[in-house]
Design a protein around this ligand. Structure first.
Ligand code: GA4
Length: 315
């Protein structure tokens, strides 16, 4: 990797130890819909097991990703820059954010122009099999919230025009950086995800941290066999704030490489993002009405850490 600028160092008083309280939801259990709703209300994130995604498929994808990131920089750069899709190194988004990370961003929508790497990952992005699982979770959430039709959220991901994204992140070890005095090297700066739902799978290296409701940062233990799911800004709006989109970040490791794959399930660009009437319970919408296109346009003008929903909140 070419060093473009000094990596950001985040000072935190406490170097967080692994958080033992990540809600763990077994999707094969009959009460999982209630647990999913509770996890989204209480935390905005959870882990799922018995998810139905074959581990062999994930392993295969992982080894393709390892191969890709091991290519000479000149080859990887042929798949860049990420404007907005393609290979990126350290620079995140268009507004000056940087992190100790290299990545490949792909649209899952085949109609989009960027498909240089379709042969390897394009199909994977579509078939990550995770889309199906994400839709099942969204349908269970609709059931748990007692709203009809049960595909009220999932239909947005299933739509042919769904603006979903698949991301591979590689956080190389940073040997010169000694974690001490609670200092963290930022791999991916703090942010909330704009879409409806995010589904992440990482290798066995830690790094993901979440900001709890009280503002404390906690570390998520890595787990190769489960998926880590978090609520995105759009789902927060559709539930009128009942589900919270969580702030999260990734810190780099001094000795181990971290590899993560994330599916960001988003709506079609023309979709109006607004609280579902059945979830307003006679109250008012907390948000001004906007389309996903308008939200994205404003998001791409923001810095990673900005509160992107702020401009759409009613005062
Ligand atoms: C955060 C979530 C996803 O990784 C992403 C990111 C996107 C990018 O890397 O291009 C953004 C960021 C993310 C939010 C604000 C904008 C857009 C970088 C940035 C500064 C792919 C997404 O959809 O939004």
């Amino acid at each position: 990797m070419v060093v473009l600028s000094k990596p950001a160092i985040h000072k935190s008083k406490h170097c967080p130890t692994f958080f033992p309280g990540v809600p763990l939801i077994d999707l094969s259990k009959p009460d999982s819909k209630t647990q999913l709703v509770k996890a989204c209300e209480d935390f905005g994130f959870f882990k799922v097991i018995n998810h139905g995604v074959p581990i062999e498929f994930i392993k295969e994808l992982e080894s393709e990703a390892v191969k890709f990131f091991s290519l000479p920089m000149s080859d990887k750069e042929k798949a860049g820059p990420p404007d907005p899709f393609g290979y990126g190194d350290k620079k995140i988004g268009p507004n000056g954010d940087v992190g100790w990370v290299e990545y490949l961003l792909l649209t899952t929508n085949n109609q989009s122009g960027y498909q240089k790497f379709a042969s390897i990952f394009g199909e994977a992005a579509e078939n990550f099999a995770v889309k199906k699982m994400a839709c099942e979770i969204l349908e269970m959430l609709a059931d748990g919230l007692k709203i009809q039709p049960r595909n009220v959220f999932s239909k947005l991901l299933m739509d042919e025009q769904s603006d979903s994204v698949f991301r591979l992140n590689h956080y190389p070890p940073c040997p010169d950086f000694q974690e001490s005095n609670g200092r963290n090297l930022i791999g991916f700066g703090e942010h909330t995800d704009p879409q409806i739902i995010s589904v992440l799978r990482s290798n066995n290296t830690s790094g993901l941290q979440i900001s709890l409701k009280d503002g404390n940062w906690i570390s998520i233990p890595p787990d190769q066999n489960s998926f880590f799911i978090n609520v995105g800004d759009s789902l927060q709006v559709m539930t009128n704030g009942r589900f919270k989109s969580v702030r999260h970040r990734v810190v780099a490791n001094s000795s181990k490489s971290r590899l993560s794959m994330i599916y960001f399930g988003g709506p079609p660009l023309s979709e109006k993002i607004a609280p579902l009437p059945s979830l307003m319970e006679g109250g008012d919408s907390l948000y001004k009405e906007f389309t996903w296109f308008e939200y994205k346009k404003s998001a791409y003008k923001s810095r990673l850490a900005d509160n992107r929903l702020g401009v759409f909140e009613k005062i």
